[in-house]
Design a protein around this ligand. Structure first.
Ligand SMILES: [Zn+2]
Length: 410
């Protein structure tokens, strides 16, 4: 999940506080009592309200108390530790609803409409297991692959296309709870256990890192030392670069913002970072590659000049993966594609990418710490989180949010 780079103007925000138990939520799932494992042990718990950041409409996100979910059969109740704010969340706030179902128009799979709880980049701890879930334990650290996908779609370990299935959407956008709350009940299929050597704050970045992982996978095999050009060093450009470095590529970043170029170099994910406003990036790439050109390229800006640069910078038979989301058609110098036999490929989200992505972090090949640039309480979501990312987006990469005051004190 990611959004085009660029400036956003902020609209009026309406953060409304609802007092405990004043929200009646007709969109909460009801689950037969017999499947409520925790209910059998603790009736009081079911009534426990929890904090959640909910999307109502454009410029209308409210921090409210809503009933906490429970683990139904086949589900895992996750107590959220940290949840990242994604560009997609900002998009919903400024221009939405896009992924979020409009009020009165329920999503065809989740059956829910707005208000919906936000947050799809999260880590947490297993708090309860629903009936039939016996391969996880309470206390396990987990991340969630936040898909909402039809039950009849094959999602086995060799599927390469479940993420492209009809009406696919995301937990934390189209219903089924979200990471910007205390707890989420998630189908076992979408819960991935992580080892305890990955801190839970860093683990919240595994979801966007999986986007980078799948993007790199889409480029196919490449040799150790291959030159990879990445245009744009926003969160997804940086995390895609992190995967490229971990897989042995030499990474060249083209990015206008000096702060972002510095972050790319300081975090070690880029070998070279050039400003297209200050240097002839094409000439620099030709210098670095003895005139050959880059082997692969990843477009992470959704701006035309970046796409133009890539077509010129790639070597003959080079491959470009378009990672950014384009709000309008781009122009393409097709003759360059023809004469260099270039491959142009798209990529969206991830598919069976989480296990390998987790291994890259677990092994230490990718260090996610440098990309955490802020930690805030959910109460500050709009004022400190969204505002920073909308108005000062060069200074921030990932801002993590928690509902748990103890996590902030860590
Ligand atoms: Zn996202």
């Amino acid at each position: 999940m990611r959004m085009p780079a660029g400036q956003f103007t902020t609209g009026p925000n309406h953060v409304v506080w609802a007092s405990v138990n004043t929200v009646t939520d007709p969109w909460m799932r009801t689950v037969p009592a017999s499947t409520h494992r925790s209910e059998r042990h603790n009736h009081a718990k079911e009534l426990h309200p929890m904090k959640a950041a909910r999307f109502y409409d454009r410029n209308d996100i409210r921090i409210e108390d809503i009933p906490a979910p429970e683990a139904a059969a086949g589900e895992v109740l996750v107590k959220v530790a940290w949840c990242g704010i994604c560009g997609t969340d900002l998009h919903e706030y400024l221009d939405g609803p896009i992924f979020c179902p409009q009020h009165g128009h329920p999503h065809p799979i989740s059956g829910e409409d707005s208000p919906v709880t936000l947050g799809h980049e999260f880590s947490g701890v297993v708090e309860a297991l629903g009936e039939g879930v016996d391969d996880l334990e309470v206390g396990d650290h987990v991340v969630v692959e936040p898909y909402i996908i039809r039950d009849d779609v094959y999602t086995g370990p060799d599927s390469k296309d479940y993420h492209l299935s009809k009406d696919m959407n995301f937990i934390g956008l189209a219903g089924r709870g979200g990471g910007l709350s205390e707890k989420v009940a998630v189908k076992r299929r979408w819960v991935h256990k992580i080892p305890n050597n990955i801190p839970l704050d860093e683990a919240a970045l595994i979801e966007p890192l999986s986007v980078g992982y799948h993007a790199v996978e889409r480029a196919g095999e490449f040799e150790e030392g291959a030159f990879a050009l990445v245009t744009g060093a926003g969160p997804i450009g940086l995390l895609t670069s992190a995967v490229l470095k971990a897989k042995g590529a030499k990474v060249i970043i083209s990015e206008l913002s000096p702060l972002r170029r510095q972050k790319a170099l300081d975090s070690g994910v880029a070998d070279y970072a050039f400003s297209p406003a200050e240097v002839d990036v094409l000439a620099e790439i030709h210098k670095l590659t003895d005139g050959r050109g880059a082997d692969i390229a990843f477009e992470c800006t959704s701006v035309q000049p970046a796409l133009d640069l890539i077509l010129d910078a790639l070597k003959p038979t080079g491959k470009v993966v378009i990672v950014s989301i384009w709000g309008k058609p781009a122009s393409l110098d097709v003759q360059k594609v023809v004469l260099k036999e270039l491959d142009i490929r798209g990529t969206i989200a991830y598919v069976n990418s989480h296990p390998e992505t987790i291994k890259l972090v677990e092994s230490g090949k990718i260090d996610l710490k440098p990309f955490i640039t802020g930690k805030i309480a959910v109460e500050d979501l709009i004022d400190k989180g969204f505002d920073t990312l909308i108005n000062h987006n060069e200074t921030a990469v990932k801002i993590l949010v928690t509902t748990d005051p103890e996590r902030l004190a860590e």
